[in-house]
Design a protein around this ligand. Structure first.
Ligand SMILES: NC(=O)c1ccc[n+]([C@@H]2O[C@H](COP(=O)([O-])OP(=O)(O)OC[C@H]3O[C@@H](n4cnc5c(N)ncnc54)[C@H](O)[C@@H]3O)[C@@H](O)[C@H]2O)c1
Ligand SMILES: [Zn+2]
Length: 276
């Protein structure tokens, strides 16, 4: 089975999403981009770093003169301009230039923050998404929305900036806590309900394999969600209208999130909102 799909980058650009069981294919996938970069900075958080930073570095080291890493504490509370500032400082001190690249290794927090930094550092440099949560694999890593929170306002500052590549390794889902996995499933079921009932039915029919996190079933499910998201964002890249269907369950979901003082996870609230 071919585990790749191509997403059009607004107007002229396209990028690939690739699915693999491990990080072994990452070097090849990045090499195919024929980048002019001399440096790559892997951005990750304090939970994902100890698990996967070495494996990703090993793949990238042969391709760049220098590979550095920037690790920040995990959690939504770090998705701020303060963390972006620390990352800018790292990039400046390490002499990152326009052609160099950032690698977002982590969930949606890492992806959004790295994408925003890439969108703004030197007026925009390239970045690659390596999403490691189910939610980021089915949702946040595709579509080019990047940004950070500002005071208590979620995603208040941001930019549309498309990645050069999205690389997903199914092994990352085996270390993901159940509650985070369920959050991703909330977005999966939402995608099926808005666009593709046969996909929704397939997901329910294969719940045993999916909950056992069997790679083959996971790839099929994640691909299905990405296909739905890709179709929607290709038609409406900057959320002028149609893209809003992706927000099913989010009006009530956001209200629950707020009333629960953000103690419940986003995916849980969206799932409740969708049911409502
Ligand atoms: N840009 C978009 O289109 C878009 C869409 C949806 C959500 N988002 C954003 O995404 C964020 C939520 O993403 P998320 O749910 O991935 O949260 P997250 O990035 O905080 O990850 C959740 C937790 O899981 C840990 N983790 C990540 N990968 C792991 C792994 N493989 N094994 C074990 N632990 C792992 C993280 O360290 C973190 O503690 C929010 O900030 C939201 O605003 C963006
Ligand atoms: Zn959402």
């Amino acid at each position: 089975m071919e585990h790749r799909m191509t997403v059009k980058r607004a107007g002229e650009f396209t990028y690939d999403i690739e699915w693999h069981n491990t990080f072994e294919g990452l070097g090849n996938a990045v090499e195919k981009l024929s980048l002019m970069s001399r440096k790559a900075c892997i951005v990750t958080d304090s939970t994902v770093g100890p698990l996967y930073l070495d494996a990703v570095s090993r793949q990238l080291s042969p391709l760049f003169e220098t590979v550095t890493s920037f690790v920040f504490p995990s959690g939504e509370a770090q998705k701020t301009l303060d963390t972006v500032k620390k990352l800018y400082t790292h990039l400046i001190e390490e002499h990152y230039e326009r052609k160099d690249i950032l690698i977002a290794l982590g969930g949606g927090v890492v992806g959004d923050l790295t994408g925003f930094t890439a969108a703004t550092y030197l007026r925009g440099i390239d970045f690659i998404q390596i999403p490691t949560t189910l939610l980021s694999q089915v949702d946040s890593s595709v579509g080019g929305k990047t940004g950070v929170d500002f005071d208590c306002f979620k995603n208040m500052v941001g930019a549309f900036h498309q990645p050069r590549l999205v690389y997903m390794s199914m092994e990352t889902l085996h270390s993901l806590p159940d509650v985070q996995f369920s959050c991703g499933m909330g977005e999966v079921l939402k995608s099926g309900l808005i666009r593709d009932l046969s996909y929704y039915d397939w997901t329910l029919a294969h719940s045993t394999e999916l909950l056992a996190r069997e790679d083959e079933a996971l790839v099929r499910m994640i691909k299905g969600s990405c296909l739905i998201k890709k179709t929607v964002v290709e038609h409406d890249p900057t959320e002028q209208g149609e893209r809003a269907v992706l927000n099913l369950g989010h009006t009530i979901g956001h209200a629950v999130e707020k009333l629960k003082h953000f103690e419940m996870l986003h995916g849980q609230c969206v799932a409740l909102g969708t049911v409502a």
